[in-house]
Design a protein around this ligand. Structure first.
Ligand SMILES: Nc1ncnc2c1ncn2[C@@H]1O[C@H](COP(=O)(O)OP(=O)(O)OP(=O)(O)O)[C@@H](O)[C@H]1O
Length: 727
């Protein structure tokens, strides 16, 4: 069969190469491609698709129709569709999934396969972004728009989505890699598509081994540059903690850069993440203590490990403070090039970390040596506070953000009233969404799945800066809507008392309250994707045809190429009557059924009246003023002035990173796409390192250990004295 398909592909190639394409050839091609796709032979299917694209003489429209029909089965009437790679209808969403906000639920696709929307690799060759414990992360290409995403296939799940996906779906923050879509395949496999972070790992940049060509000099040569990155990490950790989630694997390898040209860091890999708070996003929910020993060796917090009668065992329980500890380790490594705890092997390192709790003066000689001579006191202070042995006395992620070392790199703060244009857009979007529930859902869904190219990140930089500024109103990393409204009310009252405007400002206030409609998750906070949804509804993020095709794929449940009232009712879990009522009161003229993509496209790209006032979405620089700063506490002031002095000093870690560079070679072997056979040379080398008695001090040995991606603590032999690892 396989042979027949291959010869079919060859025959078709000849046919299409020799003659101008006829519709018969095209139909045959399409049929062949469907067969290949059905058999999951996407590599051959891709080359078939390439043939279609290269057929000379084939009219553009025919080509488009073919490619889009092939790529989006959503466009095929339900009766004709054979769900070859689709999903078993009986595989219904699980109860916990149904609890997710609608905009997030629409990211999980069961009625359409990953291969229908994306292709992997060119001519059968996959582009591997990296490999971890759970396999390779590959580059996948959207079949219609051609946009590239990072895709990862998770093992078949019998009953529910893996926890990694469930948690990842909920998160939306500028410094957390966005999970765009999750496909539940018929065989239970789950494909997750994430935004592609093409800037490479922070580990590689720190080790100087990054193959990604970055603009300018190495970004990690001064404390100031490192602080810029740490600030983003703290923001991401603060956000995930506010969502009741602990990551448990914060390390250099799990931070990637959005693009080579940018310093925007994104947190990835939620494989060890878990929920710690009873109910999502509500800090009132009861926090549970975790006991599972897991993480990456060098970054493990002492409370994860217990010591009883000289033997290592489970600790008494831990919570989100373990992420701040790991952040402390990470800063330590970035400024010094050394891990804070070391040993002959993993078990030794763990032993040293566990013992840390019982030392008299744990960090007494932590910062001694030439590497630390030029590191600022304020930086050391932050490390010490993050790595406090008592988790209760450790800084929180919010505390880290406010530490003087990071305050030095805080972006210019904008007073609330100067954010006028952004707030105006939020009001406009809120009013539109309040008027049209369908539009609100579509914008919400688009915002959580839309791909924003790194260029558009730059384009919307000012908006995100505004968001960061507004974040000061939010104690938990996402905007509190009530706080925003209260702050605006206060500002309006102040303005009114200074110069009465005959109620004009009160009218503004009324429209401002409409921003409540932007809260798609209903938790009283404006998450990053809700902010993006608002920007879409305000016509600030241009929507293209390919995006609309994705909306149809997600909302057109019965796959009849129409978003019908029935589709919407089943998505919104509302009855038809309620929807008809919504339809009647809809002033947006976006009535069901939505069968006209052009109308939808037009509705999504509608701009507010004042759009012409600003040709670009930039917040005027003139509007950015620094707020009056309150005088800091004297100790803080001292630290701040020291920090100012030190910020531009070069970090002294060149020597150490020479070692890391060697180690990464080993790391890529360990994490190769196909696990390589154990290399005798490598083993011999490692033995040599050990036998030379240099164990602790041997850079090669030390760094090779450090470079290993993941060590499950349960793999270690815990008995004192035999700190060896199990085979
Ligand atoms: N969105 C992304 N963009 C670019 N590269 C990525 C992305 N996600 C993952 N990678 C690369 O793939 C590698 C492995 O990804 P990930 O950590 O998610 O896999 P894993 O199997 O869970 O790994 P681990 O063993 O660390 O748990 C990362 O270290 C990174 O280099």
């Amino acid at each position: 069969m396989q042979k027949q398909q291959t010869s079919l592909a060859v025959l078709l190639r000849r046919m299409t190469g020799k003659f101008a394409a006829s519709s018969v050839a095209a139909a045959l091609l399409f049929w062949g491609m469907r067969r290949l796709l059905r058999k999951r032979q996407w590599a051959k299917a891709v080359s078939c698709q390439n043939i279609i694209s290269n057929v000379s003489g084939m009219g553009v429209s025919v080509k488009n129709v073919l490619v889009s029909t092939m790529t989006s089965f959503a466009g095929t009437p339900a009766s004709n569709v054979t769900h070859s790679s689709g999903v078993d209808e009986s595989w219904e969403p699980r109860a916990e999934e149904l609890e997710l906000p609608l905009a997030i639920q629409s990211k999980v696709l069961r009625h359409i396969s990953f291969y229908d929307i994306y292709s992997i690799g060119k001519e059968g060759k996959e582009e591997v972004l990296g490999t971890g414990m759970h396999g390779a992360v590959l580059v996948a290409k959207h079949r219609i728009s051609g946009r590239r995403v990072a895709a990862k296939c998770l093992e078949a799940a019998e009953t529910s989505l893996p926890e990694e996906v469930g948690l990842y779906l909920r998160l939306s923050h500028p410094n957390v890699c966005r999970l765009l879509q999750a496909f539940v395949e018929k065989n239970g496999e789950i494909w997750i598509c994430m935004e592609l972070c093409a800037g490479g790992e922070l580990f590689e940049l720190a080790a100087g081994t990054s193959s990604v060509k970055r603009e300018g000099a190495s970004m990690l040569d001064t404390e100031a540059r490192i602080a810029v990155l740490v600030k983003q990490m703290a923001a991401a950790i603060r956000y995930i903690h506010s969502m009741g989630i602990v990551h448990r694997d914060i390390k250099l390898e799990n931070w990637v850069f959005a693009s080579p040209a940018q310093e925007r860091l994104k947190l990835i890999d939620f494989g060890l993440a878990t929920r710690i708070v009873g109910s999502e996003g509500h800090s009132e929910g009861r926090t549970r203590k975790l006991t599972q020993m897991c993480g990456t060796c060098y970054y493990v917090a002492p409370e994860i490990i217990g010591l009883k009668n000289g033997t290592i065992c489970k600790g008494d329980g831990y919570a989100q403070e373990v992420d701040v500890w790991a952040l402390g380790v990470l800063i330590y490594m970035l400024v010094s090039g050394m891990p804070p705890f070391n040993g002959k092997n993993h078990a030794d390192v763990i032993w040293n970390i566990a013992n840390f709790k019982y030392c008299d003066d744990p960090l007494a000689d932590a910062f001694v040596g030439p590497r630390w001579e030029n590191v600022s006191t304020v930086c050391k202070d932050l490390i010490q506070r993050c790595m406090h042995r008592d988790p209760e006395k450790r800084l929180t992620a919010a505390g880290v953000q406010m530490h003087p070392w990071l305050c030095q790199v805080a972006s210019a703060q904008m007073p609330l009233m100067s954010l006028g244009p952004v707030l105006k857009d939020l009001c406009f979007a809120g009013a539109r969404m309040a008027n049209c529930t369908a539009l609100a859902h579509i914008c919400g869904s688009l915002a959580s799945t839309i791909y924003l190219s790194p260029e558009s990140w730059t384009e919307y930089k000012d908006y995100f800066m505004a968001l960061e500024c507004l974040e000061t109103l939010a104690p938990k990393g996402a905007l509190s809507i009530s706080k925003l409204v209260a702050a605006f009310e206060e500002a309006v009252a102040q303005a009114e008392s200074k110069s009465p405007s005959n109620g004009k400002t009160h009218v503004a206030m009324d429209s401002f309250r409409a921003i409540g409609a932007l809260d798609r998750t209903g938790d009283g906070r404006l998450h990053f994707f809700e902010f993006l949804g608002a920007m879409i509804a305000a016509g600030r993020i241009p929507i293209h045809e390919a995006d609309v095709a994705d909306v149809f794929a997600a909302f057109d449940i019965d796959r009849d190429n129409i978003i019908s009232q029935k589709d919407m009712a089943s998505i919104m879990k509302q009855d038809n009557e309620a929807l008809q009522a919504l339809n009647r009161s809809n002033s947006e003229k976006l009535f069901f059924p939505i069968d006209d993509r052009a109308t939808l496209l037009e509705a999504l790209n509608r701009k507010p009246e004042w759009a012409a006032e600003r040709s670009s979405p930039s917040v005027s620089a003139a509007m950015v003023q620094k707020p009056a700063e309150a005088a800091p506490h004297p100790t803080m002031q001292r630290l701040l002035s020291k920090a100012k002095l030190h910020m531009e000093w070069k970090v002294q870690r060149q020597v150490a990173f020479e070692d890391v560079r060697k180690a990464v070679k080993l790391k890529s072997l360990n994490r190769g796409y196909r696990t390589p056979d154990p290399s005798p040379t490598r083993d011999a080398d490692a033995d040599k390192d050990n036998s030379s008695g240099s164990g602790l001090g041997s850079p090669r040995h030390r760094i090779s250990k450090m470079a290993q991606s993941m060590v499950l603590l349960s793999d270690l032999d815990w008995r004192k004295g035999s700190h060896s690892e199990r085979a």
